[in-house]
Write a protein that binds this ligand. Sequence first.
Ligand SMILES: Nc1nc2c(ncn2[C@@H]2O[C@H](COP(=O)(O)OP(=O)(O)OP(=O)(O)O)[C@@H](O)[C@H]2O)c(=O)[nH]1
Ligand SMILES: [Mg+2]
Ligand SMILES: [Zn+2]
Length: 318
Amino acid sequence: MTEEIRGIILKGVGGLYGVRPDRIQNTSGQDLILCSARGSFRHESITPLPGDEVLLQQTEGSYVIQHILPRRNSLIRPAIANLSHLFVVIPAANPKPDLLMADKLISAAEDKEINPVIIINKIDTDSESAAEITATYKIGGFTVFPLSCTTGEGVDSLHQYIADESSKRRLTAAFAGVSGAGKSTLMGVLFPNLQLKTGEISRKIKRGRHTTRHAELYPVEWEGTCCYIADTPGFSMLDFARYHSITPEDLPYTFREFIPCIGTCRYTKCMHTREEGCAVLKKIAAGGLSPLRHAHYCSILEEIRKNPPWKREQSERK
Ligand SMILES: Nc1nc2c(ncn2[C@@H]2O[C@H](COP(=O)(O)OP(=O)(O)OP(=O)(O)O)[C@@H](O)[C@H]2O)c(=O)[nH]1
Ligand SMILES: [Mg+2]
Ligand SMILES: [Zn+2]
């Protein structure tokens, strides 16, 4: 009888996975087991992801992922499973903030019932832009942390938030956002023991030189409990319609500030773009909803309509 080990995938690169066993006292005695996945996952179009809870078995001296426990959720970009929180990192400047992309990430998280938390980094570089972005998301009812990794301003509040949240339930969070937003730097400032690589933004390619190449979860010990925090690669483009299977009807529910309005518009089939008697539009006019968020909702809706889920390849949806 071979020993079965339960653990969590921390990273996966080129078909090799790093799994942290739940109990270190296995016969391997290791705190990170390198393993492969059983071949049949590929035939079933299943890709093991960081964050997946898995069962390993030892076969001929090496460990193999035999089984993936049911996922609570998974995202394709960043490719991670079982997240409780998604920290959406938006730079106040350098690179220029891309709020449409941030809203796509937020929408994808809301759709999967992952709590999106907004982090506005580099407030030292442009305080005006930082204040504007903060206001946009505060009106929307989000938890927002404006901060600077360079001066340290605002970092303690985020640290405290992570501590509070992980005392309520197991926190598995990923930092996501454009390349150069400062995700790796921030993780390093929050958790100095992790020693992540970060880099100057190259002027030519506009990316960090030590740009993060793959999503990786890091276990962080926290007053007797352990939470998992992931660094993920930045991206300059997020092809929302291709990577997410939200339908036009579901999209309004992924904009949290729309939810109280849904069902109160003049037309029952209101899509909240420019219809007469639309409660969402009324809320914007009353100053209760950011016009920018609404504009992004309209562009995302347009994008989904151009490329609806039922037209997409089966494989892209997995
Ligand atoms: N001025 C300023 N620069 C910062 C701040 N935070 C990070 N940076 C710089 O921004 C650059 C990019 O930081 P990274 O942490 O590598 O960015 P990243 O989001 O991990 O980028 P990818 O791994 O490519 O996705 C580095 O030169 C950091 O020193 C900040 O608060 N203020
Ligand atoms: Mg990075
Ligand atoms: Zn409406």
